[in-house]
Ligand binder design. Structure first.
Ligand SMILES: Nc1nc2c(c(=O)[nH]1)N[C@H]1C(S)=C(S)[C@@H](COP(=O)(O)OP(=O)(O)OC[C@H]3O[C@@H](n4cnc5c(=O)[nH]c(N)nc54)[C@H](O)[C@@H]3O)O[C@H]1N2
Ligand SMILES: Nc1nc2c(c(=O)[nH]1)N[C@H]1C(S)=C(S)[C@@H](COP(=O)(O)OP(=O)(O)OC[C@H]3O[C@@H](n4cnc5c(=O)[nH]c(N)nc54)[C@H](O)[C@@H]3O)O[C@H]1N2
Ligand SMILES: [Mo]
Length: 800
C-alpha cells in the first residue's frame, strides 16, 4: 500500500515540464597516474593554492598556524583528535583542513547586492563548485512567496517570520530542526532545548546519514554508541584494521597516527574495494623527512573486498580464528574475557559448528582470495592489541549494523575492547558531529535524558520520537512537515533521491537555513525561505565586546575549547547560539520557562546548564579552559563495563549473510568523496590520488566489465536505478577503467544522489544505504534530458 502511494507520488513528480536542452556540461577530463601513497609535497602545495584562490593567503596562513593548536580553534573539517601532548610546530593541519579553512576564511562575499543581481533561477544553473566559490554570506535574506530574488531582511524581521510560521502550525510536530555536524556544543544544546520546549523531537541530523549505523551497533553490544580508543592507543597497538574508510582524504591527520603506530611495530590491514593511496603509503607533510624522504608504506595486507562483501570476509575470519584456537587451545581466543565479560558465546560459536558456511563460499562472496583471508586471520590470531577503524564503506550498507556487530564479535573473541592498544574506532566525519549527539541532538532521546532536562528547566519535554532524515523527507513530501530549520549543512544535496527530496522541500511553507556559504540547499526552497548568515569556526565570535570560546567533542570523546582568530567578513553576522535564543524569545515569548536572554548573553551560562543536564560535564567552565580539554567518561573503554541491563556484559551477536543478487546488466554502485570536496562543498574538480583531473561526472568500472558490456574507457554513459519500479536517471558520465572488483562501480556524490532511492536504507539505523545502489549503465542518449526535469531539482521554483 505504502509502496503504491509512493510510486504514484514519484510518477506525479516526474511529469512536470521536461527540458530538452543539455543542462549537464562535461569538463575536460584528464587522467593522471593513480597514486600509491598520500600527502607529501603536492599536499603542502595544494593547501596553499587554495588559500591563494580564495584571496586569503595572509589571513588564511595566519589562521592556519592557529588551527588545532592549544589556545587556537578546532579545525572545521574532520573530527580526528589532536595529539594530547606534543603538537607539530609546522602546523597541526592537513591539506584538506587547509582547504576547509580557505573556504571559510575567503574574503569573497555574497552580499544583498549579489542577490539583487542574481535571481534564484540563475544561481541554480551554476554547478556546486561555482556556487561554493561565490563567497561568505553577509546578511540575512528573505525569499517571499512567489518572489524570484532573495531580498535583505533585518534580523528582527527574520525572527518574526519564523515565530509567526511556527506559531501558526497545527502541531509542533509540523516543524523539523536539522543539524549538520559543525555546530558547537553550546549552540547544539540551546538548539535542542528550543525544539523540545517548542514541543517536538523532530531533529534529523547528519548522523542519520553518517554514523547512526555505528551507534545502533555499538550501544547494544558495549553499552555506549562511541568508540573506545584514545589516540595513544594507536601508538601501542599491534594490529590496526581499516575497513570501509579512506583516511588519506577524509581524516588525513589519522595518517600521522598510523605512521607512528607502524614505527612502533603495528601491522595494518586495509579492507576496501579500492586500493586507496592513503591506505598504501604516506609522506608526512608535517615533518621535513616526510616531505622529501621516501615516506612509509602503510598496509601490510590489502584485501580488495567486493562492495558489501565484508560480512562474508568477517565471518571467514571468525571461522579461521575458531579453528586456530582449536589447534592452539587458549592461545587465540581470550577465554577469560569471554567468560567474565561477555554473554552468548556458545550460541555464537554454534553457527560455525553447524557447518553453515565453507571458507571457499565465504571467500567467493567476499571477493577476497582464501589465502589472503588466511593471512589476515593469522595476523589477528596471536595478538590482542587490535584496533578496528571503519567509515562510510560499512555504515552506508543495508546490513551495516550487522557488519559492525560482526567486528565487535571478533574483538570480543580477542578480549580487545577496553585494553591499552585495542578497541573500536568509528572514524567520525564532521568536526563536532559526536558533540551534537552528546548535547542531545537526537530524534530519539531517552527518558533518562529528558527527565534531567525536565528537572533542571521545569518544562515537560515531548516523549514521542521524532523524524530522522529519511522519515523527515517522506513527512515533508506528505505535507506533515511544513517548516524546516537547517542549522548548517546542505539538506537537499546531502540526502538521497534528489528529485523526490527537492519536491518534498518545495512543499514547505518556510525553509530556514543558518549558513556560512551559499549552497544549492538555498536555491531549492519552500514557498518562502530565509538565509541566516553566521560565524564559522575560524571567525572571532564576539559577545559583549569579548572574543568567546566555544567547545566541541572529537572522535575520541575529548571536549576542547575553540577560539576563532579571524575578523568576520561582515558586521551583520550573529552566532548560532544567539540565533537560537532570539528565535526562542520571538516564538515562545511568555510561554517559555527558560531564561533565553541569559543564554543569549553568556556561553558560560549555557555551559552551566549543560553541566547540570548531561553527565560527564562536571566543572565544565573550568575544565574547558584546560589546555588539552578533557575526556568524557566511557565505561566500556575505562573499566570494561558494557551493557548495564546485562550486568555490564557484552553480548555476542548472530548475524546473517546478505543475499546479493545482480542481474546480468546490473552493477553495484558506491557513492563516495573525491579528494577535493567536503561533503557537498566542492573545493576543486580533481581527485588527485585516484588520477582524475578536472571532472566529477565519472564512473569507475572494472576493465573486464567495460569490455563485457561493449564499452570502452572514456565512453559517455547514463546511469539508471529502478528500485520501487521507478526510473531514476543521472545523465552523462564518463567511464574510467579502474582497479575495482567486477560488477562494482564507484561514483561521486552529490551528483549521483539522484540515483539513491529514499527507501534504500540501512536496517535498524534507517540511514540511506548510499554505498549500495543497484544501477544499470547505458550508452549516453542525447535525448536523456527529456527524462529529467531540471526544474525539479536543479532549477528554482519561479522563473524570472
Ligand atoms: N576532505 C574531506 N574530509 C572529510 C569529508 C569530506 O567530504 N572531505 N567528509 C567528512 C565526513 S562527514 C565523513 S562521514 C568522513 C567520511 O570518510 P569515509 O568514511 O572515508 O567516507 P567515503 O570517502 O565516502 O568512503 C570510504 C571508503 O569506503 C569504501 N567502500 C565503499 N564500499 C565499500 C564496501 O562495501 N566495503 C568496504 N570495506 N569499503 C567500501 C570506498 O572505497 C572508500 O574508500 O570524512 C570526513 N572528512
Ligand atoms: N550519496 C551520498 N550521500 C551522502 C554521503 C555519501 O557518502 N554518499 N555522506 C553523508 C554524510 S557522511 C554526511 S555527514 C552528510 C553531510 O551533510 P551536511 O552536513 O548537510 O552537508 P555539508 O556539505 O557538510 O554542509 C555544507 C554547508 O554547511 C554550511 N556550513 C559550513 N560551516 C558552517 C558553520 O560553521 N555553521 C553553519 N551554520 N553552517 C556551516 C555551509 O553553508 C555549507 O554549504 O552527507 C551525506 N550524504
Ligand atoms: Mo559524515
Amino acid at each position: 500500500m505504502e509502496e503504491n502511494n509512493r510510486k504514484q507520488e514519484l510518477e506525479h513528480d516526474i511529469q512536470a515540464e521536461p527540458q530538452a536542452e543539455n543542462p549537464y556540461k562535461l569538463l575536460d577530463l584528464k587522467l593522471t597516474p593513480v597514486e600509491k601513497s598520500a600527502a607529501g609535497i603536492p599536499a603542502v602545495l595544494a593547501a596553499f593554492a587554495d588559500l591563494i584562490e580564495e584571496k586569503t593567503l595572509f589571513r588564511g596562513t595566519k589562521a592556519l598556524f592557529k588551527m588545532n593548536q592549544m589556545g587556537g580553534f578546532d579545525c572545521p573539517s574532520c573530527a580526528w583528535p589532536d595529539p594530547d601532548d606534543e603538537r607539530s610546530p609546522i602546523g597541526e593541519y592537513c591539506e584538506n583542513g587547509a582547504k576547509a579553512l580557505a573556504e571559510e576564511a575567503t574574503t569573497k562575499r555574497v552580499t544583498p547586492e549579489f542577490f539583487k543581481n542574481n535571481s534564484v533561477y540563475e544561481l541554480a544553473q551554476l554547478n556546486d563548485y561555482e556556487i561554493g566559490k561565490m563567497g561568505r554570506l553577509t546578511d540575512p535574506m528573505y525569499l517571499a512567496p512567489g518572489a524570484t530574488h532573495y531580498e535583505p531582511i533585518s534580523w528582527e524581521g527574520a525572527f518574526q517570520k519564523i515565530a509567526t510560521q511556527l506559531n501558526s502550525l497545527a502541531s509542533p510536530h509540523e516543524a523539523a530542526f536539522y543539524t549538520s555536524g559543525r555546530t558547537s556544543n553550546e549552540a547544539s544544546f540551546v538548539y535542542q532545548l528550543f525544539a523540545k520546549e517548542f514541543g517536538t523531537n523532530n531533529m534529523p541530523d547528519c548522523s542519520n546519514m553518517c554514523h547512526e549505523t555505528s551507534g545502533s551497533a555499538l550501544r547494544p553490544t558495549i553499552g555506549i554508541g562511541k568508540g573506545t580508543v584514545k589516540l595513544a592507543d594507536f601508538y601501542e597497538s599491534e594490529l590496526i584494521v581499516i575497513i570501509g574508510h579512506n583516511p588519506g582524504t577524509n581524516a588525513l591527520r589519522m595518517m600521522s597516527a598510523l605512521e607512528k603506530a607502524k614505527k612502533n611495530g603495528a601491522k595494518i590491514i586495509a579492507i576496501n574495494p579500492l586500493p586507496e593511496a592513503g591506505l598504501m603509503g604516506f609522506h608526512n607533510p608535517q615533518q621535513i623527512n616526510g616531505i622529501i624522504g621516501k615516506g612509509v608504506s602503510l598496509a601490510d595486507l590489502y584485501l580488495p573486498v567486493k562492495i558489501n562483501g565484508d560480512m562474508a570476509l568477517l565471518k571467514a575470519l571468525e571461522m579461521i580464528l575458531l579453528d586456530l584456537e582449536h589447534k592452539n587451545p587458549g592461545k587465540v581466543l581470550h577465554t577469560d574475557f569471554i567468560k567474565n565479560k561477555t554473554t552468548g558465546f556458545e550460541a555464537f560459536r554454534q553457527q560455525f559448528d553447524e557447518s553453515k558456511y565453507t571458507l571457499e563460499q565465504l571467500g567467493q562472496l567476499s571477493g577476497v582470495a582464501v589465502a589472503d583471508i588466511q593471512q589476515a586471520a593469522e595476523l589477528l590470531a596471536f595478538k590482542n592489541k587490535i584496533i578496528f577503524c571503519w567509515g562510510m564503506g560499512l555504515t552506508q550498507q543495508p546490513n551495516g549494523v550487522d557488519m559492525i556487530r560482526e567486528i565487535l564479535n571478533i574483538l570480543l573473541l580477542k578480549g580487545s575492547i577496553g585494553i591499552k592498544g585495542g578497541g573500536v574506532c568509528p572514524v567520525r566525519g564532521h568536526s563536532n558531529v559526536q558533540g551534537n549527539r552528546t548535547m542531545l541532538i537526537d530524534e530519539k532521546p531517552t527518558d533518562e535524558q529528558l527527565d534531567r532536562l525536565r528537572q533542571y528547566f521545569g518544562f515537560e519535554p515531548p516523549r514521542e520520537h521524532g523524524y530522522d532524515v529519511v522519515r523527515a523527507i517522506k513527512a515533508m513530501h506528505a505535507e506533515k512537515i511544513k517548516f524546516l530549520f537547517c542549522m548548517g549543512g546542505n539538506f537537499l544535496s546531502a540526502t538521497p533521491d534528489t528529485t523526490f527530496t527537492a519536491n518534498a522541500l518545495r512543499k514547505l511553507d518556510l525553509l530556514v537555513c543558518v549558513s556560512t556559504k551559499l549552497n544549492r540547499g538555498h536555491l531549492i526552497h519552500g514557498k518562502a525561505a530565509l538565509i541566516l548568515p553566521t560565524y564559522g569556526r575560524s571567525d572571532k565570535d564576539i559577545v559583549n565586546g569579548k572574543v568567546q570560546i566555544v567547545s566541541t567533542e572529537n572522535s575520541m570523546g575529548v571536549v576542547q575549547a575553540s577560539k576563532g582568530v579571524l575578523d568576520a567578513v561582515s558586521k551583520n553576522l550573529i552566532n548560532e547560539t544567539q540565533i537560537v535564543c532570539r528565535m526562542a524569545m520571538a516564538t515562545l515569548g511568555n510561554r517559555s520557562v527558560i531564561d533565553w536572554q541569559r543564554y543569549h548573553d553568556s556561553y558560560d551560562a549555557v555551559r552551566d546548564a549543560i553541566e547540570h543536564c548531561i553527565p560527564g560535564f562536571e566543572n565544565y567552565n573550568v575544565r574547558v579552559r584546560q589546555k588539552e580539554g578533557f575526556y568524557l567518561p566511557n565505561e566500556a573503554r575505562d573499566s570494561q563495563s558494557f551493557v548495564r541491563q546485562l550486568g555490564g556484559l557484552a553480548p555476542f551477536t548472530q548475524t546473517e549473510l546478505p543475499h546479493n543478487q545482480l542481474a546480468d546488466d546490473e552493477y553495484m554502485m558506491a557513492t563516495t568523496r573525491t579528494h577535493d570536496q567536503f561533503n557537498t562543498t566542492i573545493y576543486g574538480l580533481d581527485d588527485r590520488y585516484r588520477g582524475i583531473k578536472n571532472e566529477r561526472r565519472v564512473i569507475f568500472m572494472n576493465p573486464q566489465d567495460i569490455a563485457k558490456a561493449g564499452f570502452k574507457a572514456g565512453d559517455k554513459v547514463d546511469l539508471y536505478n529502478y528500485d520501487d519500479g521507478i526510473e531514476r536517471v543521472a545523465p552523462l558520465f564518463l567511464i574510467v577503467s579502474y582497479a575495482i572488483p567486477e560488477k562494482n562501480t564507484v561514483t561521486y556524490f552529490p551528483e549521483t544522489n539522484v540515483l539513491v532511492p529514499v527507501n534504500n536504507v540501512v536496517r535498524e539505523s534507517n540511514m540511506p544505504a548510499s554505498k549500495y545502489v543497484k544501477i544499470k549503465i547505458k550508452k549516453h542518449d542525447p535525448e536523456v534530458y527529456k527524462k529529467v526535469d531540471e526544474m525539479l531539482y536543479r532549477g528554482a521554483l519561479q522563473r524570472p
